[in-house]
Ligand binder design. Structure first.
Ligand code: FPP
Length: 246
């Protein structure tokens, strides 16, 4: 099924939550939940590309996830490596451009190298842009952008009064992307958990109790349908928008 293109979000961001509970319900270790989560990633990427979504941004590992038990952090990093090894050729065949956002300096250099290779391989693809957020936090993103701006002021490149929202946004990880129109969170919690704090100012938020490994095309369609039914106002009144459409 292909949904109505006129009301399709350009950029969908996803907080993939519930892998641990999915595994626990099956008396399996947490890493089995993350492994099952990779399948849901594949299904979501395929469906986003099929529907014509331009950008998909997935929250794979947050700044706060470093606090998890060492064994789980290690198994997640190993899973990212394995997923890259298994999926990059297929992504490339499907014209997907892969990009990793986050604090690379905190990651294992071997993994960073593989991320770089995958980004390079898919750099000229013109289909879906897939951003995978690893060691990412919304506050970290704003902080890094702020430091870059401060450096420009210190170097005399710009004046303090030149700083505006556009300048700050231009220094952030997703500077070249349209802002997310739709944020999906699975796993039943209704919070942002330090994801794209700056970028989601006007995003529609859609929450589902479905645990991430069970997320599939059908569930994705529900989110897209919810988005299609929303009247997006950007602070204006419904009347103003109706008048602008005439
Ligand atoms: C949250 O579930 C999920 C994560 C912290 C990891 C997300 C990673 C994947 C889906 C695997 C691979 C990703 C890519 C992009 C290849 P949780 O562990 O917090 O679940 P819980 O709330 O039930 O404990």
């Amino acid at each position: 099924m292909t949904l109505n293109q006129t009301s399709l979000p350009k950029h969908v961001a996803v907080i993939m939550d519930g892998n641990g509970r999915w595994a626990k319900a099956r008396q399996k270790p947490r890493r089995a939940g993350h492994r099952a989560g990779v399948k849901a990633v594949r299904a979501t990427v395929e469906e986003a590309a099929k529907q014509g979504v331009e950008v998909l941004t997935l929250f794979a590992f947050s700044s706060e996830n470093w606090a998890r038990p060492e064994e789980e952090v290690h198994s997640l990093m190993a899973l990212f490596l394995e997923a890259l090894r298994r999926e990059v050729d297929e992504l490339h065949r499907n014209n997907v451009r892969l990009r990793v956002i986050g604090a690379r300096e905190l990651l294992n250099p071997g993994l960073v190298k593989k991320f770089g290779d995958a980004e390079e391989k898919t750099a000229n693809n013109t289909g879906l842009l897939l951003n995978v957020a690893v060691a990412y936090g919304g506050r970290w993103d704003i902080l890094v952008a702020t430091k870059r701006i401060a450096r420009k002021v210190a170097d005399g490149e710009i004046e303090v009064d030149d700083i505006d929202e556009a300048r700050l946004a231009a220094e952030m990880q997703l500077a070249d992307c349209p802002e997310p129109d739709l944020l999906i969170r699975t796993g039943g919690e209704q919070r942002i958990s330090n994801f794209l704090l700056w970028n989601i100012a006007y995003a529609e938020l859609w929450f589902t109790d479905v645990l991430w490994p069970d997320f599939d095309a059908g569930e994705f369609h529900k989110a897209l349908q919810y988005f299609a039914e929303k009247q997006r106002r950007f602070g204006q009144t419904g009347e103003q928008l109706a008048a602008a459409e005439c």
